[in-house]
Design a binder for this molecule. Structure first.
Ligand code: GLU
Length: 478
């Protein structure tokens, strides 16, 4: 048997971290078994689905490296298939038209509530006579199509994460709506139904999705049976929780993959982190790996039942590891869009200069977006003086030191590392001052602050684009 799994996002919002994590588990499982990973866009909710969300979802999956083998298939283009399946259930007497009005349903719910019962449909139109149906139609009532669910049915499956699962038909809220009214009398098919029709048609062998779908699974198993198909194997992965143990939501900052991207996480770190959200590799000390490496080890035996806490510190740590180990040219490519977004004159700088800047700031970065602040002074014509920087420039001897450096610079065309070191040594000797004073004053003049990246490298970068002398001059007069 070839393993066939799918990710089936609804384009009613941007690619959500939960959906992306489900995609990760599907991808890992497919690749572990040499199977296929299929992408299906569940866009039957025409009011809430938007093409820009589909674009965001596809871009997010591609960015994360979760390439798919088949699709994307769009449910909105497959309506005929669903309608044929609805008709089949109607013909077999497994589904029926229900004419109960919204007001009647509301009254039913109220009555159930008053008795302290859970709300459920009471199957009142299950066995209408043709005359009763005709009468409802004549009244102008519209209908939904309901699938019969026997209360005393026991539904059992062996979940790959949660082991044996047992549900009763009576837990499912009465006969379920599988299609809403539509002109052609067959109805607009709904989520639980079309998923099953598609999963049968696409020969899905394993349905891997979040545990919020468990109740749907119970219903869907009955639909497989009714449609004469074998149900796939199910695996319900744990939810992603915030650090307080509640479901991760918009309130926790970000929830969509494009937000994580904007915040400066690398695709590799984020996808690596998502594999660890609920799964642990056999060697649990191993935390940094590619998707391919994780796929070799992946199994649902090592997926937790308990919710997976989203740990920002861990994600940051992983991200920093990826940034620090990334080749400079690749990191440069990743940072250019952030600089451009910030309005920096990237085009006015040569590539080797950009790469040298990246080599300088990369080792202290955690998120890519930090490059904006960290490199501001290298792109800017002016220096922002911090309080400490300003104090440093007021120190006795500071101005003389800077003047000495400027004088020495006059003899240099292009500064080299050795020449820069020599200038500092010269000034220390000539003015008989401590090296610390020279270094701190130079830093304050060039960068406006007393802390920052390697001073000599920073100086070389500024010198290359002619920003060092004006800064020294300005600092002396400040
Ligand atoms: N469209 C569903 C969702 O986005 C997919 C459910 C499933 O995987 O069956 O949650």
């Amino acid at each position: 048997m070839t393993v066939r799994v799918r990710i089936a996002p609804s384009p009613t919002g941007n690619l959500h971290i939960g959906t992306a994590r489900t995609a990760v588990f599907n991808w890992l499982f497919a690749h572990h078994h040499g199977g296929k990973f299929i992408l299906r866009i569940e866009d039957t909710d025409l009011e809430r689905s938007r093409p820009e969300y589909t674009d965001n979802i596809l871009a997010g999956l591609r960015w994360l490296g979760l390439n798919w083998d088949e699709g994307p298939f769009f449910q909105s283009q497959r309506l005929d298939l669903y309608k044929t399946a609805v008709q089949k259930l109607l013909d077999q007497g497994l589904a029926y038209r229900c004419y109960t009005t919204p007001e009647e349903l509301e009254a039913l719910r109220e009555a159930q509530k008053a008795k302290g019962e859970a709300p459920r449909y009471d199957n009142r139109h299950r066995n209408l006579t043709p005359e009763q149906e005709a009468a409802f139609k004549a009244e102008g009532r519209s209908f939904v199509i309901r699938f019969k669910i026997d209360d005393d049915r026991e539904i059992v499956w062996n979940d790959l994460v949660r082991d044996k699962m047992v549900w009763r038909g009576s837990d499912l809220g009465g006969d379920m709506v599988i299609a809403r009214a539509s002109e052609d009398g067959i109805g607009q098919p709904l989520y639980n139904f079309v998923v099953v029709v598609d999963d049968i048609d696409m020969q899905i062998t394993h349905v891997i999705r979040g545990e919020d779908h468990i109740a749907n699974t119970a219903k869907q198993i009955l639909l497989y049976e009714a449609l004469g198909a074998e149900a796939p194997v199910f695996a319900h992965s744990p939810l992603i929780l915030n650090m307080d143990g509640r479901k991760l939501s918009k309130r926790d900052g970000v929830t969509s993959i494009s937000d994580f991207q904007k915040m400066g996480f690398t695709a590799e770190a984020l996808v690596n982190y998502m594999t660890l959200l609920g799964w642990s590799p056999p060697d649990s000390t191993q935390e940094i790996f590619t998707l391919e490496a994780a796929a070799k080890e992946f199994s649902f035996e090592r997926v937790n039942k308990a919710g997976a806490k989203f740990d920002w510190a861990k994600l940051d740590w992983l991200n920093s590891q990826y940034i620090h180990n990334m080749p400079v040219d690749k990191l440069t490519d990743l940072l250019i869009p952030y600089w451009q977004e910030a309005g920096y004159n990237v085009d006015g700088r040569e590539r080797p200069w950009l790469e040298q800047l990246v080599a300088l700031i990369g080792p202290s970065m955690t998120r890519l977006v930090e490059a904006v602040d960290m490199s501001k002074m290298f792109f800017s014509d002016t220096v922002e003086l911090s309080e400490e920087g300003s104090k440093q420039l007021q120190q006795e001897g500071s101005s003389a030191v800077l003047s000495g450096i400027l004088a020495a610079l006059e003899n240099q065309t292009q500064l080299t590392e050795t020449a820069a070191q020599d200038i500092i040594k010269q000034v220390v000797k000539a003015q008989n001052v401590k090296k610390g004073l020279v270094m701190r004053s130079l830093r304050a003049a060039l960068t406006g602050d007393v802390h920052g990246p390697d001073l000599i490298q920073s100086w070389l970068l500024l010198n290359y684009v002619g920003l060092d002398k004006p800064r020294l001059q300005q600092a002396m007069s400040s």
